[in-house]
Design a protein around this ligand. Structure first.
Ligand SMILES: [Fe+2]
Length: 215
């Protein structure tokens, strides 16, 4: 992947759509930990099919309509490992998530009734995909995304992201609010972050990471 995307939003930005992204050329030079063994990755690619890609629980919940039907986007996210070479980066998921349109409101309404709020849709050595319902007031801890990083897309409501320095006493670097349809990318070269919903309405976001299992 030659041309990648980088979120360079400034403090207190409110970003609609993808205008907050500047196209920049980056290297994956610090992603050696994600280069892995080609044999190992090819083994995973061969073992995973459209039938067993989703976690069984997520598959059941999609069948029951308890979480939105994201089968196609999950498959397309996984397929990016066939068209990109290691070291992998969550930036390779951006073109797929850009195409993901707003989720059907009936599916969102049913999802918001689900008492569980964190749903792991896929998790294997290559990729982890998590669908999160952010109830008003729910905020994550400050955390990092080493190696290939994380990209997330807001599917409903608004999500706030606070970015911090990566030292022992993280200092606030920026605050951004992402509207439905917006995306952001982060890895540890850019800082740590906390994500949440300080607003009055529920929010939903889809997060994709690589690698999928922290070593
Ligand atoms: Fe995160």
């Amino acid at each position: 992947m030659k041309t990648l995307l980088n979120n360079t939003s400034n403090a207190s930005n409110i970003i609609n759509g993808f205008t907050g992204f500047n196209r920049v050329k980056v290297t994956n030079s610090s992603n050696e930990n994600n280069s892995g063994s080609k044999f190992h990755f090819s083994t995973i690619k061969t073992a995973i099919t459209g039938e067993n890609l989703l976690k069984p629980k997520a598959n059941t919940e999609m069948n029951l309509g308890q979480i939105p039907n994201l089968r196609d986007v999950c498959l397309n996210l996984f397929n990016t490992f066939f068209i990109n070479d290691a070291p992998y980066s969550a930036l390779q998921f951006v073109p797929i998530l850009e195409k993901l349109q707003t989720i059907n409101q009936d599916q969102i309404r049913r999802f918001l009734l689900n008492p569980e709020t964190n749903h792991v849709l896929i998790q294997n050595d290559l990729i982890k995909v998590v669908l999160i319902h952010w109830k008003p007031g729910k905020i994550s801890s400050i955390h990092g995304h080493p190696s290939g990083g994380c990209v997330f897309k807001v599917l409903q409501g608004q999500v706030e992201e606070l970015r911090y320095t990566t030292d022992a006493s993280p200092q606030l670097l920026s605050s951004s609010t992402y509207m439905a349809g917006s995306m952001a990318y982060i890895d540890d070269r850019m800082g740590y972050h906390a994500v949440g919903n300080p607003f009055n309405s529920p929010a939903v976001s889809l997060h994709a990471y690589t690698p999928g299992i922290k070593k």
